[in-house]
Design a protein around this ligand. Structure first.
Ligand code: GSH
Length: 250
């Protein structure tokens, strides 16, 4: 059986999980915690980031590559097939969501919470990780927290820039969706829709999300929802979740 390594709360991991759930491929999910994941990933993949998929003896790292692999093997979801004349636009918008919204949402969420010592609900990052990583993640947290703030530019002084970055990306997709289109590209649900909706899920907080409802509350989610929950692209993401986020067949 295939294995998907994730952080439960990560929106990039949700993107891969969603594509896998739709593909019908049998897989198990193994959730890691930030910090101890650096030990677990050693020898498994070249980089340290999740999601990582182990499939038929090979390792695929990155949500985009995971979906590429599913598609290359003909396991792509029935409903995400991309029409050839729309492939460039689908790829462009997935890249924009990955490199824009995905990074901006995460940076602002961390910049709002990590600088206040004890203010961040680190529990949300650890609770559903494999048992051996949880105590380690708690012990490592002071170092992990500093590393995240530095690495992602999520210090208190970064807040205005982080806010402006997210607002720029939300503005881009609000404008794109202003013509009332149901899907980002053409008349079909595509991987670009999975990308944008999953990467907006920390703000949209949709009830169909397979992980968030079971996690401890997050002040970041509440603040992001209050500030941006009514943005058109966030409402769009909620509708895409409602219509297309079916749980994995068990
Ligand atoms: N572009 C990558 C981004 C993945 C990513 O940034 N993952 C984060 C969690 S949201 C991570 O694993 N960070 C820990 C690390 O890089 O060591 C993808 O789509 O998979």
């Amino acid at each position: 059986m295939a294995t998907l390594y994730t952080f439960g709360a990560s929106h990039y991991c949700e993107k891969a999980r969603w594509a896998l759930d739709l593909s019908g491929l049998a897989y198990e999910e193994v959730r890691w915690a930030p910090g101890p994941h650096l030990i677990a990933v050693r020898g498994l993949a070249p980089g340290t980031s999740v999601p990582i998929l182990r499939l038929a003896g090979s390792t695929i790292q990155g949500s985009d590559r995971i979906i590429d692999r599913l598609e290359a093997e003909g396991r792509g979801a029935w409903c995400t097939r991309t029409e050839p004349d729309e492939a460039d636009e689908v790829a462009r918008l997935e890249r924009r969501a990955d490199a824009g919204i995905g990074i901006a949402v995460r940076r602002l969420a961390y910049a709002m919470t990590l600088p206040a010592k004890g203010g961040h609900s680190a529990r949300r990052l650890f609770t559903d990780a494999v048992w051996w990583q949880r105590p380690l993640a708690r012990a490592m947290w002071p170092i992990t927290r500093q590393a995240i703030m530095k690495g992602l530019g999520a210090r208190a002084a970064d807040l205005p820039d982080a806010r402006a970055g997210l607002e720029r990306e939300l503005g881009y997709f609000d404008a794109l969706l202003a013509d009332g289109r149901r899907f980002l590209v053409g008349e079909r649900f595509t991987r670009a829709d999975i990308a944008l909706a999953s990467l907006l899920s920390p703000i949209a907080d949709p009830p169909q999300h397979p992980v968030y409802p079971g996690l401890p509350d997050s002040t970041a989610t509440e603040t992001l929802k209050a500030a941006y929950g009514e943005r058109p692209c966030v409402g769009w993401a909620r509708r895409i979740y409602r219509d297309f986020r079916t749980p994995a067949a068990s």
